[in-house]
Write a protein that binds this ligand. Structure first.
Ligand code: ZN
Length: 333
């Protein structure tokens, strides 16, 4: 059928225009449907003839660990891509399909994936929380948040090495004949993370002491602050699922003015509304605060970019923070 062949006759022009508009809409929806279908058949689905174990992770942060430890011995996909907020993420039919087809589902746990808990429970032994082996005394208490502990453990690179070892054990269980390879890669990656840990410590300590304070929209950086010696304040609490109020904004505005804080940060995947209202609030009182840049909080960047790996994402955050807080604040005009 040729949708665009309708000719506009002078006698029935209003009808013809409407018909043409409807035809265009139909074409557009066909196109949308086709692209969704093609997207749904992306090449990260396991091929039928691929015998390797298929691992599904919730966040792309965990996928990065599996890639580093598993190498080419396993296939791995994460159901959450760049900029996806795990606190409020709901599984799609495609996610359910993938999880059911998988040999193993790895998730963060500590109530990070709040809306996936039902399906994760249902998977039983087929799923595993990668934070399970972190000593409980090293976790930050978060009883206010509803969960027992703060789930954002990846921002302490040393703590994240527990996750590397946990993933190693899970993969060995899945494919015992590759034990040596998994153990060797896990050790190498662990050392890389420990180097990253030392680098972050020395970079953050290079910020003048009185300016070592970072303000973000949601409270994802408590582990980062504890590990690298920087005070951390979040406007929204531990989960993005909680709203911020006018009182939170006022409190933050006063803090910025009192402490002469030069910059505050937005996060990828989190609404910028909260941080924008703080900046406006500071300006309304005749002071200035800069937007220090964008930090990755609960997901990494796109595959194929430097921030698409844990190490790249981590370095981006450290350098963004150091640069924004080291610069003098321009006097207000
Ligand atoms: Zn978070």
């Amino acid at each position: 059928m040729n949708y665009l062949a309708t000719t506009v006759h002078k006698s029935n022009w209003p009808f013809a225009i409407v018909a043409r508009f409807v035809a265009l809409l139909q074409l557009l929806s066909l196109f949308l449907f086709a692209s969704l279908f093609l997207y749904g058949c992306g090449n990260d689905e396991p091929a039928d003839n691929d015998e390797r174990p298929f691992v599904v992770t919730t966040t792309n942060l965990i996928r990065d660990v599996v890639e580093n430890v598993g190498g080419d011995d396993v296939r791995v996909v994460s159901i959450m891509g760049p900029g996806v907020d795990p606190h409020i993420y709901r599984a799609t039919p495609r996610d359910f399909r993938r999880m059911e087809q998988s040999d193993l589902v790895l998730y963060n746990g500590l109530f990070l994936e709040g809306r996936l808990s039902e399906i994760l429970d249902r998977l039983g032994d087929q799923s595993r929380a990668v934070t399970g082996s972190i000593p409980r005394e090293q976790l930050i208490d978060a009883t206010d948040f509803g969960g027992a502990y703060d789930p954002h453990v990846w921002f302490d690179a040393e703590l994240w090495t527990y996750v590397v070892m946990d993933v190693r054990d899970a993969l060995i269980k899945l494919l015992p004949e590759r034990e040596e390879d998994f153990a060797r890669r896990a050790d190498e990656y662990r050392n890389e993370l420990l180097d990253l840990h030392e680098y972050a410590k020395s970079r953050i300590q290079s910020i003048p002491e009185e300016r070592r304070i970072m303000i973000t929209a949601h409270d994802a950086f408590q582990y980062f602050g504890r590990a690298y010696g920087i005070e951390v304040r979040g406007l929204q609490g531990l989960s993005t699922a909680t709203e911020f109020g006018i009182q939170d904004v006022t409190r933050m505005v006063s803090l910025i003015i009192e402490r002469n804080i030069p910059a505050i940060f937005i996060e990828t995947g989190v609404s910028t509304r909260a941080i924008e209202s703080v900046i406006t609030g500071v300006r309304d009182r005749g002071y200035q605060v800069r937007l220090g840049g964008s930090l990755f909080s609960d997901s990494m960047g796109a595959l194929g970019t430097p921030e698409g790996t844990y190490a790249g994402m981590f370095r981006h955050n450290v350098e963004t923070i150091v640069q924004a807080l080291s610069e003098e604040l321009q006097p207000s005009r």
